[in-house]
Design a protein around this ligand. Structure first.
Ligand SMILES: Nc1nc2c(c(=O)[nH]1)N[C@H]1C(S)=C(S)[C@@H](COP(=O)(O)OP(=O)(O)OC[C@H]3O[C@@H](n4cnc5c(=O)[nH]c(N)nc54)[C@H](O)[C@@H]3O)O[C@H]1N2
Ligand SMILES: Nc1nc2c(c(=O)[nH]1)N[C@H]1C(S)=C(S)[C@@H](COP(=O)(O)OP(=O)(O)OC[C@H]3O[C@@H](n4cnc5c(=O)[nH]c(N)nc54)[C@H](O)[C@@H]3O)O[C@H]1N2
Ligand code: SF4
Ligand SMILES: [Mo]
Length: 729
């Protein structure tokens, strides 16, 4: 299979080179004559491609791939290639806006910052410190996360700090912690290039991590298996597609474990030396016979046996997953069931062998490493007194100021706002009024707040529009710092141009807030730029799993990124892996095998709501489209939302392609969606992308949460589909 041709990556360079953009006021001739090129890292997804930004007259006029970059070697996907178009888009936020008499009015930064501090502290004085909640993102720089974490935990003194990463990677984080004692993806992209068998579970990399396909393409002999209920582009590229029933992954994984054990395809020595819990797992999976698993998953016994045998017999095998696993009330447990397979066979920490979470946002990893959300900086644990003491020492503060338990998770904050416990909120670089599940509950929470600050690079967005205060932020291309990609590679992002109007980098905004709050001298004395935060963060990470202590900005740039752990003297070119020595981050150094039960769907289909609704993405758009809707080429390729339905169901409902339908759940309705009748989606299931706020699928999704990770179950809810009388109904 020629992946590049299939994905249309063959001729993309040409298309972009010759597409003029009159609205942005320049032509391709001008673009070809960029004055200078600035090296950077892509700011969309977690693949972390290297790129060069062509600059002329304080505009990024072109983008090209960075030849020889270890991740992307000169290639970029459609979003990356068009990334510069959104930087100078007309709807960038350019000035602070404060709601006065119901209307957002421009104000000075001084007034904006004084208002933020006085309203936040007033809410905290009246209702307790934890009445203030902060929701951030996976899209800031690590230096910004580190700074914000200190500001929130030590400056404002609230533990209620979380991010959109809980809508995304939380299940992977919890699963890693439960199996291995720490967060941290063990493998790397080299595994995609070298593994004998690659099992992708609920990961549609052809749309969502396109440049990873290049690594698979380079793996001439690798056998690719894709487990996804939908016939995604990735499934079409695979050697075998396991079109399993929604959320039957646990049955499949337990079934594979059963076959591995019963056919003696396990590594008994590894299990004895490096794991705990084998006996219980063996007893638990005994019931998951191929016949029963076939019934639970809808797959053939042959497909299940073949998958297990290939995985077990391979010299090296990788299991990579994304949101088809994480977006579930059993997300964390599914991750443990994946980790079980790697541990049973000893396929971890070796070339080509790893369980591997593919991250989502460009720097979701950075907030996991350095933020203060679900753990303390440097993967330290809130509940570990030694960890708190270490941090207190480095920061020069009393240990009592470092919380001994995490605060509320993002969805729990929304629920607490509905209940009246959260009174003030600061939302940074996320757009919940499109992306949060069950929008009705979110609106009820936001309505209840006394004060809402939204800090975004764009305005208006559905979320900035309801804010009391909008802070205009610089975005990718306008600021400097680091992003960590899925394979723990720390890449450098650079400022190529100045931000528009009065917009400031998030880093500078956090320092200004600290000054207005009066904690700058205590927490950030002498800091002027992100390099100061990076310097301190390196010390904080020293000796930890995510050790940055040997890194410098120059070395990161020179090598196209460095993978942690990177203590002084580490190799810049060797691909690093975690747990190569079989030692895990648990008290006794052993990994834990988990017994995972198959729970029913939180909202099974029934007569009134007969379809299982699956939601996700398409290659052209980024999340809530604040960015990609500004790029005409991407908009033209994917101008509106659609609902995929199998011909079998369409015939029954007397619907055809391009009909307008409404999607109805117990929580809400999406009106006027275009129907696509296609066998991509199986009978009884429908699929819709979540990018379009105009037809927002999150009006109908459910906010059932994983009890461990608190991640929402975005991938399955029960709906019915009806013909719409017109586009609005
Ligand atoms: N173009 C583009 N790329 C992106 C993004 C974007 O918005 N646009 N977002 C980035 C982010 S933040 C993320 S998190 C990643 C997400 O990347 P992916 O996880 O690849 O994206 P999704 O489309 O949300 O979901 C992946 C697949 O899960 C499948 N799935 C649904 N239910 C199940 C199930 O029960 N079992 C299994 N095995 N699979 C199931 C869906 O059919 C879908 O194909 O993409 C990143 N890259
Ligand atoms: N139904 C359904 N819903 C989903 C998902 C799904 O699969 N299905 N996926 C979920 C997942 S995995 C994710 S990650 C979320 C993503 O959901 P969101 O985080 O809401 O999506 P984005 O559009 O990336 O929002 C980022 C916001 O930050 C702004 N921004 C960009 N760069 C910067 C910056 O440097 N500084 C500041 N201050 N602002 C900036 C952008 O303009 C934008 O408004 O959606 C979740 N929602
Ligand atoms: S694959 Fe991801 S990191 Fe690479 S260019 Fe595309 S969006 Fe950017
Ligand atoms: Mo995500």
């Amino acid at each position: 299979m020629n992946w590049k041709r299939f994905l249309g990556l063959d001729n993309l360079k040409e298309q972009y080179a010759y597409s003029d953009h009159p609205r942005l006021g320049y032509t391709s001739a001008q673009r070809a004559t960029a004055d200078r090129w600035v090296k950077s890292t892509c700011g969309y997804c977690s693949v972390g491609c290297g790129m060069e930004l062509g600059v002329r007259d304080n505009r990024i006029v072109a983008v090209k791939g960075w030849d020889g970059h270890p991740v992307s070697n000169g290639k970029l996907c459609p979003k990356g290639l068009a990334e510069h178009h959104m930087v100078s888009a007309p709807n960038r936020a350019t000035e602070p806006l404060l709601r006065k008499a119901g209307k957002l009015e421009p104000v000075s930064w001084t007034e904006a910052l004084e208002t933020l501090v006085s309203r936040f502290t007033a809410a905290q004085q009246r209702h307790g410190r934890e009445a203030l909640a902060i929701i951030s993102t996976g899209q800031l720089l690590t230096e910004e996360f580190y700074t914000l974490g200190k500001l929130v935990q030590l400056g404002f003194g609230t533990r209620n700090y979380c991010g959109n990463t809980t809508l995304c990677m939380a299940s992977a984080v919890s699963g890693y912690k439960r199996s291995f004692g720490s967060d941290g993806p063990p493998g790397n992209y080299e595994d995609l290039r070298t593994a004998d068998v690659i099992l992708l579970i609920g990961a549609n990399i052809a749309d969502n991590h396109p440049i990873l396909c290049q690594h698979l393409e380079a793996n001439r002999d690798g056998y690719v298996i894709v487990a996804d209920p939908r016939v995604t582009k990735t499934a079409m590229l695979a050697d075998r597609h396991l079109a399993l029933k929604p959320r039957s992954d646990i049955a499949l994984l337990n079934g594979i474990a059963h076959i591995l054990i019963s056919e003696n395809l396990i590594d008994a020595g590894y299990i004895a030396r490096h794991t705990q819990g084998f006996q219980a797992l063996q007893e638990h999976v005994a019931a998951f016979t191929p016949d029963r698993v076939a019934l639970a998953t809808g797959l053939s016994v042959e497909a299940i046996l073949d998958t297990a045998r290939r995985y077990g017999r391979a010299r090296s095998a990788m299991i990579a997953w994304t949101m088809g696993v994480n977006h579930s009330t059993q997300g964390a447990e599914t991750v443990c069931a994946i980790n079980n397979l790697a541990l049973l066979t000893g396929k971890i920490g070796k070339p080509g062998s790893s369980p591997f979470s593919i991250t989502g946002q460009c720097n979701a990893m950075g907030t996991r490493e350095a933020g203060c959300t679900s753990s303390l900086p440097g993967y330290r644990k809130f509940e570990n007194v030694k960890h708190r003491e270490q941090l207190a020492r480095i920061w020069g503060v009393d240990v009592a100021r470092i919380p001994d338990a995490r605060g509320l998770s993002y969805p729990d904050m929304i629920n607490a706002a509905v209940d009246g416990q959260i009174k003030a909120m600061w939302i940074i670089a996320t757009n919940p009024l499109v992306s949060y599940p069950n929008q009705g509950q979110l609106r009820a929470g936001l309505r209840n707040l006394d004060f809402l600050v939204v800090q975004d690079g764009f305005h208006p967005t559905p979320t900035t529009e309801v804010a009391d205060l909008v802070l205009p932020a610089a975005i990718w291309g306008e600021k400097e710092g680091t992003y960590t990609n899925s394979e723990r590679r720390v890449g450098k992002a650079n400022a190529a141009v100045a931000p528009p109007g009065l917009a400031r980098t998030d880093f500078q905004i956090f320092l200004s807030v600290a000054r207005a709050l009066g904690c700058f001298d205590e927490l950030f004395a002498g800091w002027t730029g992100p390099a100061d935060a990076f310097h301190e963060w390196r010390e904080v990470s020293r000796g930890r799993l995510c050790d940055y202590s040997g890194m410098t900005y120059d070395a990161i740039e020179a090598h196209g990124g460095l993978q942690w752990p990177f203590p002084a003297g580490a190799s810049a070119t060797e691909n690093s892996r975690l747990y190569a020595n079989g030692h895990f981050e648990t008290p006794d150094g052993k990994a834990l095998l988990h017994t995972v039960a198959c729970d029913p769907l939180p909202e099974p289909p029934d007569d009134a709501y007969p379809f299982v609704l699956n939601t996700g993405r398409t290659v052209e758009h980024w999340h809530t489209r604040t960015k990609t809707a500004q790029v005409p080429l991407l908009e033209r390729m994917s101008p509106n939302a659609w609902l995929e339905m199998n011909p079998f169901d369409a015939r029954r409902l007397k619907l055809s392609s391009h009909d307008r339908v409404k999607v109805v759940s117990r929580r809400g309705v999406v009106h006027g969606v275009e129907l696509r009748v296609t066998e991509i989606t199986a009978p009884g299931q429908v699929f819709m992308p979540f990018h379009f706020h105009e037809t927002n699928v999150n009006e109908v999704t459910q906010d059932a949460l994983d009890p461990i990770s608190r991640e929402p179950n975005y991938k399955q809810c029960a709906v019915r589909v009806e013909r719409a009388n017109n586009a609005r109904s």
